[in-house]
Design a protein around this ligand. Structure first.
Ligand SMILES: Nc1ncnc2c1ncn2[C@@H]1O[C@H](COP(=O)(O)OP(=O)(O)O)[C@@H](O)[C@H]1O
Ligand SMILES: [Mg+2]
Length: 340
């Protein structure tokens, strides 16, 4: 069994020079500064676990490749069990890959120099439950080699940033899942790392909490940081990611700019018509691959993109009123579902 913990990750992800106050740094426009530098490179990564008495094989990741570039927010997406966490753990050497070449800041993840520049928020942090949040952050700061003043200043600042001031006197063991997520994010940000690796950072949070975390992540991007995060919650992703890889059962099924993935195939449009005569209705029904739906006083005509002009011509010639033409944009959900 392989396991991970904040402690074990932190031992590697130390960064001695760390911690300058957030506000003193200029808001670097991430896309402008050395946008092409590859920060994370994953080539043909595979991981097969062996479990149980009979050492049964579980192929968690089956030869995936992707790159994360400086200053971008990259989303590793996919349903539960797709292999997202395994990929992240291999990248941080918490799990040893079966095959593949991994680079973080152009170095092997085994190199301490590369891990010093990484902040990691695990999916399920294992922490000593009797610590209070500031005590945990202080411990993490110590493991990261930060000096006492830095540790104190940064810990206090991060507690405020993630909205845990009201809970500083409570042991972490009493925290809700959402509060644990916030502690996890605070410790990942503590040493002001250049690369943030976040495993399901928004799970367990309510909508307001999700927005707060999203805003923190966007702020990090504005400050020129690079972010790699995993998610199975689609709505978070659309608002955050520059590029994504979609994983299904250990393989990449789609990748690229989210905007391109979602708009490249506007396959159909929905035309809303009013005042449609029965003669017009029959003519519309003859268009190829058309679907007609009645909606109160309106008729909704769904046609292939290539047939929109013909359908509109028929409709106008037939005396109908065109209320709307709505391209049926592909949703992330479609992307998740169709490649299975
Ligand atoms: N330590 C482990 N030992 C055996 N199987 C594992 C282990 N960790 C994960 N798996 C299996 O690998 C697959 C991918 O899991 P995981 O990487 O956690 O996916 P995700 O993070 O996308 O939900 C799943 O089938 C899971 O059961
Ligand atoms: Mg996971």
């Amino acid at each position: 069994m392989e396991t991970s913990s904040i402690e074990s990750a932190k031992t590697e992800s130390a960064k001695p020079e760390a911690a300058k106050p957030e506000a003193t740094k200029a808001d670097a426009d991430a896309s402008a500064t050395s946008a092409r530098e590859v920060v994370v490179s994953v080539k043909d990564l595979a991981k097969t676990y062996r479990t149980g008495f009979f050492r049964k094989k579980v192929e968690a990741v089956r030869g995936i490749s992707f790159e994360v570039r400086h200053g971008e927010i990259f989303g590793l997406l996919g349903p539960n069990g797709a292999g997202k966490t395994t990929t992240i753990k291999c990248l941080l050497r918490l799990v040893f890959p079966t095959r593949g070449e991994l680079k973080v800041f152009r170095l092997s993840p085994e190199k301490r120099e590369s891990m010093l520049r990484v902040g990691y928020m695990p999916e399920n942090p294992y922490v000593y439950r009797y610590l209070k949040p500031l005590e945990l952050l202080d411990l993490c700061g110590r493991l990261a080699g930060m000096d006492r003043k830095d540790r104190r200043d940064r810990s206090e600042a991060m507690i405020d940033k993630v909205g845990l001031r009201h809970a500083v006197d409570r042991p972490i063991g009493k925290f809700s899942k959402g509060m644990m997520q916030r502690v996890g994010l605070a410790q990942a940000l503590l040493h002001d790392p250049e690369l943030l690796v976040l495993d399901e950072p928004m799970s367990g949070l309510d909508p307001i909490g999700r927005k707060e975390i999203r805003d923190i992540l966007l702020e990090q991007k504005r400050r020129g940081k690079t972010l790699l995060f995993t998610s199975h919650i689609l709505s978070d992703v659309e608002m955050l990611c520059d590029r994504v890889s979609i994983l299904q059962k250990g393989s990449v099924t789609a990748e690229g700019k989210l905007s391109a993935l979602l708009t490249s195939e506007v396959a159909h449009s929905e035309i809303e018509l009013r005042g449609v005569s029965s003669a017009l209705r029959s003519r519309l029904a003859e268009l190829p691959e058309v679907a007609l739906h009645d909606a109160e006083a309106a008729l909704l005509v769904t046609v292939r993109e290539s047939e929109v002009a013909d359908a509109l011509r028929e409709a106008l010639d037939g005396g109908a009123r065109v209320v709307a033409v709505r391209p049926q944009r592909k949703s992330l959900e479609d992307l998740f579902v169709e490649k299975r």
